[in-house]
Design a protein around this ligand. Structure first.
Ligand SMILES: NC(=O)C1=CN([C@@H]2O[C@H](COP(=O)(O)OP(=O)(O)OC[C@H]3O[C@@H](n4cnc5c(N)ncnc54)[C@H](O)[C@@H]3O)[C@@H](O)[C@H]2O)C=CC1
Ligand SMILES: C[N+](C)(C)CC(=O)CC(=O)[O-]
Length: 487
C-alpha cells in the first residue's frame, strides 16, 4: 500500500489529502489546527462528489485516512510527504528539519510553496536532495497542474520518480527547467492580481467587472489554449510573427502598472472586501467551491471528449487506472449478465433535481451497449471495416436515484443475438441496489449501404456462445414492458 503524509491540512493540504486518498493511497495528516480534521472532511466531501466522475473507469478503493498529533508519527511509512504549511520560509525550514529527523531518507518531500525556490527550501537541510517543489493549483483534487521545480541538488531519478507518482494520481507534472521566484504560473497570477488591484483602487472597475472581463473572454480561451497558442491564432493567417509585429510595441505603452503594487491600506482592503461581498457574498465559501467544481468538471470533461489540454491528461489517467475492470469475452462469467460499465456519476450528469438526469441513464446504457459490442467483436477495427450496429429501440425504467460521485455498474443480459438482431437488457446498480434497467434492440448494418445485413461469422459465434451460456437465466423483470397504458 502506498502511503502519503500531509503536513499542513489547510486549503491546499486538504486537497492533496483528497487527491491521494481517492487514488487509493493511505493518507497520514499532521496539522496542529484543532479544526483540521473537520476542514479536511469538508474538502473530502467536495472531492468525492467531483473527482471520481472525471474518470470513465473506476478509481481504486479509497485508502485509509488518519490524523496524527505528532509530525514524526505522521511520516512513518510515507513514501511521499507533501508540505503545505503557511508561505513562510522560516516555518518551512523548521518543518523540514523535523521531517528529516523522522522520515524515510528515500521518501520524496514535496513543497506546495507558491513562490520559494527549491534551493531556498533546501538551505541547511540534512538531505537537500529529498526536498523538491511540487506546486499545485486550487482545487488540488481537480486541477491537474503541479509545477515540479527541482534544483541541482535533486538527482534526476528523484525527479523522474516524482513525475511517475504525480501522474499516477492524475496530475500533470510540469517540470520547470530552472528555479525562479514563483515558478511560472504564479508570476502570471501575480501580474494579473496587481493590475486588478490598481483597476479597483483607481475606480476603473469593480471586483465583479474585473472578474467578468476574465471569465467572459480570455479566461475561457486560456482554459483550452493558454497564452501563446491563443495569440498564434489571434495573429490570423500571418501567425505569431504578425501578432508580435502588431502588438509587440504596445508592451512599451502604459497599458499596465505592472511593477507597481498599490499599498494595502485599510481603505483599499475595505473597498475590495466590500465589493467582493457584494459580488459573491450571497454564497458561502463551500457553496462557491461546489459551483466552481461543477463548472470545472463540465469544462474538463468537454476537453476530455476532445482529448485536448487538461482533458488529454484525464484520458491518460484513465489508461493508467487499468480499464481492465471490464472483462473480455474470455474473462467474463458468461452464465451471468456481463459487467459492461463501471464508473462514478460525474457532476455534469446531475440536474436541478440534484440527481442523475434521465438522459444520462441512456448515456450510461449506450456505453454499456458499446462495451457489449466490443465483447462480441464489433470493436473499432470491425467498425472501420464497415460493419456496425444501429439502435432501433430503447426502453428505460427509472427505479431509483443516483447522485454525483456514486459508483454505478451496468450488467448486461443478451435476450437475443442472432443474425442481424441484437436484443440487450441492461441492469444498472449502485452496490446491490437496482437503479434502472435499459432494454435495447439493435440491428447489424453495413455502414456503406446503411442497411441491415448479417454480421461476421466471428460475431455470430460470439453471440451463440453467450446465448448458450445465458440460456439458464430467467427472463428479466421489466423486459419487453411497453409504457404502462392508463387502465
Ligand atoms: N491557497 C492557495 O491558493 C494556494 C496555496 N499554495 C501554497 O500552499 C501552502 C499552504 O497554503 P494554504 O493551504 O492556502 O494555507 P492554509 O492556511 O489554508 O493551510 C495551512 C495549514 O498549515 C497548518 N500549519 C501551520 N503550521 C504548521 C506546522 N508547523 N506543521 C503542520 N501544519 C501547520 C495550519 O494549521 C493550516 O491548516 C503555502 O505554501 C501556499 O503558498 C499553493 C497553491 C495555491
Ligand atoms: C495566490 N496564490 C499565489 C496562492 C496562488 C497559487 O499559488 C496557485 C493557485 O492555486 O492559484
Amino acid at each position: 500500500m502506498k502511503t502519503a503524509a500531509i503536513i499542513g491540512g489547510g486549503v491546499i493540504g486538504g486537497g492533496w489529502a483528497a487527491r491521494f486518498l481517492l487514488n487509493g493511497w493511505d493518507v497520514r495528516v499532521f496539522d496542529p489546527d484543532p479544526e483540521a480534521e473537520r476542514k479536511i472532511g469538508e474538502v473530502l466531501d467536495n472531492a468525492r462528489r467531483s473527482l471520481p466522475g472525471l474518470s470513465d473507469v473506476p478509481l481504486p478503493p479509497e485508502g485509509a485516512l488518519s490524523f496524527h498529533a505528532d509530525m514524526a508519527d505522521a511520516v512513518q511509512g510515507a513514501t511521499w510527504i507533501q508540505e503545505s504549511v503557511p508561505e513562510r520560509l522560516d516555518l518551512k525550514l523548521t518543518v523540514y528539519k523535523g521531517l528529516q529527523e523522522a522520515c524515510d531518507p528515500g521518501a520524496i518531500i514535496g513543497s506546495s510553496t507558491s513562490g520559494f525556490k527549491p534551493s531556498e527550501l533546501q538551505e541547511g537541510a540534512l538531505r537537500p536532495e529529498q526536498i523538491v517543489v511540487t506546486h499545485p493549483f486550487n482545487p488540488v483534487y481537480l486541477l491537474p497542474l503541479v509545477e515540479l521545480v527541482p534544483s541541482a541538488a535533486n538527482p534526476p531519478e528523484l525527479v523522474a520518480q516524482a513525475k511517475d507518482v504525480l501522474r499516477s494520481v492524475g496530475f500533470f507534472p510540469l517540470q520547470v527547467r530552472m528555479e525562479i521566484d514563483a515558478h511560472i504560473a504564479d508570476r502570471f497570477l501575480e501580474a494579473v492580481w496587481r493590475e486588478a488591484l490598481w483597476l479597483v483602487k483607481d475606480g476603473v472597475a469593480t471586483t465583479e467587472e474585473v472578474d467578468e472581463a476574465i471569465r467572459m473572454g480570455f479566461g475561457i480561451r486560456w482554459a483550452q489554449m493558454g497564452l501563446f497558442e491563443t495569440y498564434r491564432v489571434a495573429g490570423g493567417e500571418a501567425g505569431m510573427r504578425h501578432f508580435m509585429a502588431q502588438f509587440g510595441p504596445a508592451l512599451k505603452w502604459p497599458w499596465t502598472k505592472l511593477m507597481d503594487v498599490p499599498e494595502f491600506t485599510d481603505d483599499l482592503v475595505d473597498m475590495i472586501a466590500e465589493q467582493s461581498d457584494a459580488q459573491s457574498g450571497m454564497h458561502s465559501i463551500r457553496e462557491l467551491e461546489r459551483i466552481r467544481d461543477n463548472n470545472l468538471v463540465g469544462m474538463m470533461r468537454a476537453l476530455k471528449a476532445r482529448n485536448w489540454g487538461a482533458g488529454a491528461v484525464l484520458n491518460q489517467h484513465d489508461a493508467l487506472l487499468k480499464p481492465g475492470a471490464l472483462p473480455t469475452l474470455d474473462q467474463a462469467d458468461l452464465s451471468q449478465p456481463i459487467l459492461t460499465l463501471a464508473r462514478a456519476v460525474p457532476l455534469d450528469w446531475t440536474d436541478y433535481n440534484g440527481h442523475m438526469n434521465e438522459a444520462r441513464y441512456l448515456e450510461a446504457f449506450a456505453a454499456a451497449t458499446d462495451r457489449f459490442m466490443e465483447i462480441i467483436g464489433c470493436d473499432a477495427d470491425y467498425i472501420a471495416s464497415g460493419g456496425s450496429y444501429f439502435t432501433a429501440e430503447n426502453h428505460i425504467r427509472y427505479l431509483d436515484e443516483a447522485h454525483a460521485g456514486a459508483k454505478i455498474e451496468v450488467r448486461t443480459q443478451m435476450l437475443l443475438g442472432q443474425g442481424k438482431k441484437l436484443h440487450l437488457f441492461h441492469s444498472m446498480y449502485k452496490g446491490d441496489r437496482l437503479l434502472a434497467t435499459g432494454e435495447s434492440f439493435l440491428l447489424h448494418v453495413s455502414l456503406e449501404t446503411r442497411r441491415p445485413c448479417a454480421p461476421s461469422p466471428q460475431i455470430e459465434a460470439a453471440m451463440s456462445r453467450i446465448a448458450e451460456a445465458q440460456a439458464g437465466l430467467p427472463y428479466p423483470e421489466g423486459a419487453g414492458a411497453a409504457i404502462r397504458k392508463p387502465a
